[in-house]
Design a protein around this ligand. Structure first.
Ligand SMILES: Cc1cc2nc3c(=O)[nH]c(=O)nc-3n(C[C@H](O)[C@H](O)[C@H](O)COP(=O)(O)O)c2cc1C
Length: 184
């Protein structure tokens, strides 16, 4: 596994005095729509999972995906230690699952997997088969930033889930949304 830190990079970064205000950064990215996914992992008997909007596809050959995890999340700790994760694409009717794995549903905060069906595929990370699709990965690279890690996963197994016919759940302007009609 490769690990890069900010100190490895060439000195092309602007100094703190040139950084844009965080509010402006957030304001700009609120205009970038994304899907939402749940990333899960397992370390021995401990299962963790959280909602991410930072999931992206990097390459089909070789099959690589990536997501960013804030370092204080429990899922970050378990992915870092286990070196495996599974990503699950959510459908428009899975808002309850999203709330649970984003920690917005206090009842389930420490028991996010209670009553949720799981299976194991290649890596042993808990797979939620009732998603639109799932992707089981081994961590092959990491980029360490200030307060977050970008984990790059090689896809060892993937499949459509039981909700594969559902349109995706979307996130834009801090709001969950449904897909509109195709225009092009
Ligand atoms: C729409 C949405 C997108 C999110 N995307 C991310 C993300 O990309 N990375 C991240 O670290 N947290 C993200 N979060 C926050 C985590 O899901 C949340 O902090 C979670 O409770 C962490 O759980 P854990 O500490 O049990 O791992 C997102 C939350 C929401 C609602």
């Amino acid at each position: 596994m490769n690990t890069r830190t900010s100190s490895d990079r060439p000195a092309r970064r602007a100094g703190p005095e040139a950084q844009i205000p965080p509010d402006l950064f957030r304001q700009v990215f609120r205009h970038w729509p994304s899907g939402v996914a749940i990333v899960t992992s397992r370390l021995a008997g401990e299962r963790r999972g959280m909602v991410v909007s930072s999931l992206c596809s990097l390459s089909a050959e070789p099959p690589l995906i990536a997501f960013s995890a804030r370092r204080e999340t429990r899922t970050h700790r378990v992915v870092e230690a286990s070196g495996v994760f599974a990503a699950h694409l959510l459908g428009q009717d899975q808002v309850d699952l999203l709330r649970r794995f984003a920690g917005l549903d206090r009842v389930h905060d420490d028991e996010r997997f209670a009553g949720v069906a799981t299976i194991a595929a290649a890596t042993g990370a808990p797979i939620l088969p009732d998603a639109v699709a799932w992707i089981d990965c081994q961590v092959v690279d990491r980029l360490e930033g200030a307060g977050f890690t970008l984990f790059v996963g090689e896809v060892l197994a993937a499949a459509l889930g039981s909700q594969a016919d559902d349109p995706p759940l979307l996130y834009l302007q801090r709001t969950l949304r449904r897909l509109g009609p195709a225009i092009g």
